[in-house]
Design a protein. Structure first.
Length: 370
């Protein structure tokens, strides 16, 4: 389906053949600077707005909307043209407005603590489908300006590499967003991290680490079997050396699994060598995962312990928990085929037969070009 968000300005001009140049610029400004829907760009005549709206119909249809935190957090379930569903979350903070976007419908990576991973992979999103999430949220956020975009919703952004790069490029060039305001989160697709480093894009990289020994990480993040910690470390070094930017590690704290003193020391050694920032995430409840998140006292101790070991660490605000909008909860209620993940998968046994994510991760990655 054609989308105005995939056009360069000269391509938009071609669609407006016969119109004066200032009309093209009015539409362009309305779309990108003001974040308006085509039918709301009132600086251009109504008949032209209607024609544009018919040529470029919206890619997303709201299937459900939930709000929490007194309306400061809103989650939408969007239905796409083929019936696939994705989720997008808008978070209003005192100092910033952030949208968390999905990069894929579902996810093939199969992280055992993640609702999206438990539900499996449907398909890749297009550039237009990702940008439309941003613009939809920007319209809802108005009159506040949407300041931050984080690729932390459904999907592994680096497994949809060309789309992720295309979205970042457009948001930077057409909406003037800088590296501080664009964050791509990856579970550790090492070759794609190295390739991304060479692109010279303005973005912040967050790596979902969750364990700093291979045995535990193999269980929590199956992709680790393909790109183990040592390989990931080399990719992180390349990122830092090439971009001169710090990276951050995400660490969802799981009671008795990765919140032990030993896990803390392993993390401190891994993150310390890279001078990375650590974002601690109190684990959110998901239906297929039977292990509990760490208690708030342990979260506090873990953070202090890391600081004492010389690692800068913060605890992420788990805003949106009550509407399944927090990290690891997307798809908890919207996807049709949840996969049951047992303790066995975490403590040394293979994931249950039928828990397709591993198999899907392989086939999905084969489709990318890291
Ligand atoms: S944590 Fe991220 S990469 Fe892992 S399954 Fe969930 S969405 Fe996919």
């Amino acid at each position: 389906m054609p989308s105005v968000y995939e056009l360069r300005i000269d391509e938009l001009a071609a669609h407006l053949l016969g119109e004066p140049r200032y009309r093209v610029e009015q539409v362009w400004r309305g779309v990108w600077d003001e974040g308006l829907a085509l039918e709301d760009i009132t600086t251009v005549p109504k008949v032209l707005r209607q024609r544009l709206s018919e040529t470029f119909p919206p890619a997303l249809e709201v299937a459900n909307e939930v709000a929490s935190d007194l309306g400061a957090t809103r989650k939408w379930v969007f239905r796409l043209h083929d019936g696939a569903t994705i989720e997008t979350v808008l978070m209003n903070y005192a100092d910033r407005v952030t949208v968390c976007v999905s990069s894929q419908a579902g996810c093939a990576m199969g992280c055992t603590f993640c609702a999206t991973g438990q539900a499996g992979f449907s398909r890749q999103l297009s550039v237009a489908e990702v940008i439309e999430q941003v613009m939809f949220a920007a319209r809802v956020a108005a009159p506040r300006r949407l300041s931050n975009v984080v690729f932390m919703g459904m999907g592994e952004p680096l497994a949809n590499y060309p789309v992720t790069v295309g979205v970042v490029q457009r948001l930077h060039e057409y909406r003037a967003m800088s590296a501080r305001h664009l964050t791509v989160s990856t579970v550790g697709v090492a070759p794609a991290i190295e390739r991304l480093a060479a692109e010279g894009l303005p973005l912040t990289l967050a790596v979902s680490l969750h364990a700093a020994n291979d045995q535990t990480r193999d269980e929590l993040v199956p992709l680790n079997r393909r790109y183990p910690l040592e390989r990931l470390y080399r990719a992180c070094e390349t990122w830092i050396a090439t971009t001169s930017r710090r990276l951050s590690f995400e660490w969802a704290l799981i009671d008795g699994v990765n919140d032990t003193d030993q896990a803390m020391h392993e993390l401190a050694e891994y993150a310390g060598g890279l001078r990375a920032h650590v974002n601690l995430i109190p684990l959110n409840p998901t239906p297929g995962y039977l292990v509990r998140g760490s208690g708030s006292q342990r979260v506090h101790e873990f953070r202090l312990g890391l600081e004492e070991l010389g690692v800068n660490a913060t605890v992420r605000n788990t805003r949106g928990r009550s509407i399944d909008a927090a990290c690891g909860q997307l798809a908890a209620v919207t996807n049709a085929h949840p996969t049951r993940v047992t303790l066995r998968a975490l403590h040394g046994g293979a994931p249950e037969a039928g828990s397709a994510p591993r198999q899907q991760a392989d086939s999905h990655e084969a489709g990318q070009t890291p």
